[in-house]
Design a protein. Structure first.
Length: 100
């Protein structure tokens, strides 16, 4: 199965990276730390996907995400491209965890 993934690296005002700690009952990667983001829908660009995922997961609108890394990946049941974006978060107090 081909699945492209778009992830956001959010930096706070002190240049610290903000991570997500997934709950133990999360459907994917339970109990793990990671970046916010997820699958890119077939009708989306990676930029559209990272903006949608960030809004769904954090109720936060990305203003100007910068693409910093793209690579091909392959696992047992999936393959595709991973797109990593970064953006400085205007105010981390505006983030509201809604998923994971």
């Amino acid at each position: 199965m081909v699945r492209n993934v778009a992830l956001i690296i959010l930096l706070d005002e002190e240049n610290k990276i903000l991570f997500q700690h997934r709950t133990n009952d999360a459907p994917q990667y339970p109990g793990r730390w990671g970046f916010f983001g997820g699958g890119v829908h077939p009708n989306e660009t990676p930029m559209d996907g990272v903006k949608r995922e960030t809004y769904e997961e954090l109720n936060y609108v990305l203003l100007n995400p910068e693409l910093i890394l793209t690579f091909d990946y392959k696992s047992i049941d999936r393959e595709g491209k991973k797109y990593y974006f970064k953006e400085r978060c205007a105010d981390k107090n505006d983030l509201k965890l809604q998923e994971g």
